[in-house]
Design a protein around this ligand. Structure first.
Ligand code: AHR
Length: 542
């Protein structure tokens, strides 16, 4: 029996920890059931869960943009101004807060002027970030912003620091955000959009240690500083490029060298405040992908994987928590007041390339992906004091997608359903939780079987997300509410008989959430059973 405290204060909610542990282990029963005790500290509300944690990522890659979003005005696929309507209505339903675009590695080769003006005059180029795929530039700035407007999301632009310049990035932002009276604003108006666009988030480079310029952290810190001079503007949040997973030195160097414009005392002198921007970094970013194990070269197949590969995937996903703890500890040193956030700008599962896949980095999405999504989002919630944004890679037809398309057909993936179930947490107040449960053990992997987060929404409704990562055993959960009582409760669950259960074009609704029956409510205590390999969202009406 292991006790996990999803609480920054690290104090146990049980009056006597050992008594709790003994009580919990006394519940341990036959191997076929996990005994679990969850405590939700409704009396100790934490920070708000930023809705932007539910952000997405769209890159020109495979059929992520072309076909996935853009079909063109003349397409027989129903569309509004070239943007397919089935995808738009599915995305509206899950309340997408923001979308990062145009990449990824593609962003480092992207020149925005190629994607504006009459389509028949735009240059046809090749996407050398992704195997020289043809790039028509039919989907450019205006189409992206139109897509965002149709789905109700905000823009997170990733600007080019490898083949672009601070000047080019500045002109792009001026083109987008200046009034139509300005020269660049007038160009935008001539291209059909007199009103300025809003661009609240700008990422300065993508993976600048790799495809984004092959830089050292120290060199990038200087590049970042130069881009801040060109791009800083009121209300615009600047995101520094991306520590590779557990590269803590990257974050440390960046904060040390790029956080302050001048010395702190110089900046804090009131007369000079107008030339200072403190901090210069609004968010630091992390990129981290899940595969089965830690070897990029040996990825697990999407379907037909083994129980060991399931376990290795869970282990790797669980490292998200450790990374957030360690990157946050570095931030705490430089920014104890927590003004700087973490943007988890790329996350998700990356499985082995399937030779028969219809396009680059297209992968099926199974129950394993759903469990990974549920677990990762819970981890983000539990770090809501620092994680202010995240972008799953990627939205459509690429890696861990929400949506798969085949011509006119569309399938919603198990990951989509997790985002749908979890949207109740967007903007809600985190409630700390404590979980005492048997471990899930498989070979050398031993992890807490249940991964949990809880929040309270504006109406006072409490939602508890419970992910059971054990593919064999259901969990008998006793849930205690500290500081409140439940009047009623209901739950929705996503599960299936097999680990690689999925939706496809012939069976698009094989895996959809259903009601979880048999919840027992008694004041401040609830009892429920969550199935093996499942994602459950419990709704408690106080
Ligand atoms: O999401 C696919 C690729 O993964 C992105 O282009 C890059 O940033 C990352 O390495």
């Amino acid at each position: 029996m292991r006790i996990v405290k999803n609480d920054k204060s690290k104090k146990t909610f049980c009056a006597v920890l050992t008594a709790c542990a003994l009580w919990a282990s006394a519940l341990a029963s036959a191997a076929s059931t996990i005994d679990a005790h969850i405590t939700v500290a409704a009396d100790k509300p934490g920070p708000k869960i930023d809705p932007n944690i539910y952000g997405h990522f769209v890159e020109h890659l495979g059929r992520g943009v072309y076909e996935g979003i853009w079909v063109g005005e003349d397409s027989p696929i129903p569309n509004v101004r070239g943007i397919r309507s089935d995808v738009v209505s599915a995305l509206r339903k899950i309340r997408v807060p923001l979308v990062r675009w145009p990449g990824g590695c593609f962003a480092e080769l992207y020149h925005w002027r190629d994607g504006i003006g009459p389509r028949d005059k735009r240059p046809r180029t090749v996407n050398s970030a992704w195997g020289d795929e043809p790039e028509t530039n039919a989907f450019g700035t205006h189409a992206f912003m139109d897509f965002l407007e149709q789905i109700g999301a905000k823009a997170f632009l990733s600007v080019n620091v490898t083949t672009g310049t601070p000047g080019e990035a500045r002109e792009w932002l001026h083109y987008m955000t200046e009034p139509a009276e300005s020269a660049l604003g007038a160009q935008r108006a001539a291209n059909g959009h007199p009103e300025p666009f809003e661009v609240p988030f700008v990422g300065i480079g993508n993976e600048t240690w790799g495809c984004g310029g092959n830089m050292t952290a120290s060199y990038y810190a200087d590049v970042y500083r130069a881009y801040v001079s060109a791009l800083a503007a009121p209300g615009r949040r600047l995101i520094a490029s991306d520590a590779n997973s557990d590269d803590y030195d990257w974050t440390e160097t960046l904060l040390e060298k790029a956080l302050f414009r001048h010395t702190r005392s110089f900046m804090e002198s009131a007369e000079l405040a107008y030339i200072s921007r403190w901090p210069q970094i609004d968010m630091v970013s992390i990129h981290f992908y899940t595969f089965a194990g830690n070897d990029w070269g040996k990825k697990s197949p999407t379907l037909g994987f083994s129980a060991g590969e399931w376990a290795d995937s869970m282990l790797r996903t669980s490292r998200t928590d450790e990374m957030l703890q360690k990157h946050s500890a570095i931030l705490d040193k430089y920014d104890p007041k927590k003004r700087i956030g973490i943007s988890f700008s790329e996350w998700g599962a990356w499985w082995a390339r399937d030779e028969k896949a219809p396009s680059n980095l297209f992968q099926q999405n199974t129950l394993r992906d759903a469990v990974i999504a549920g677990m990762t989002l819970n981890i983000f919630h539990n770090h809501a004091d620092r994680v202010k944004m995240a972008n799953i890679a990627q939205m459509i037809n690429v890696l861990q997608s929400m949506i798969l398309t085949r011509g006119k057909d569309m399938v919603l993936t198990p990951t989509y359903h997790v985002f749908d179930l979890y949207q109740v947490h967007q903007g809600a107040t985190l409630l700390p939780t404590e979980v005492a449960a048997d471990d899930y053990v498989s070979g050398a992997v031993a992890l807490p079987a249940l991964n949990v987060s809880a929040s309270r929404d504006e109406k006072g409704v409490i939602h508890v997300s419970i992910v059971n990562i054990d593919p064999e055993r259901e969990a008998a959960v006793s849930l205690a509410l500290n500081g409140t009582k439940a009047r009623s409760a209901s739950a929705r669950v996503l599960t299936a008989a097999t680990m690689d259960a999925h939706n496809d074009f012939d069976a698009p609704e094989r895996l959809v959430p259903s009601d979880l029956k048999g919840i027992n409510v008694r004041g401040d205590n609830l009892k429920l059973k969550v199935p093996a390999k499942s994602v459950t969202v419990l709704k408690v009406q106080p």
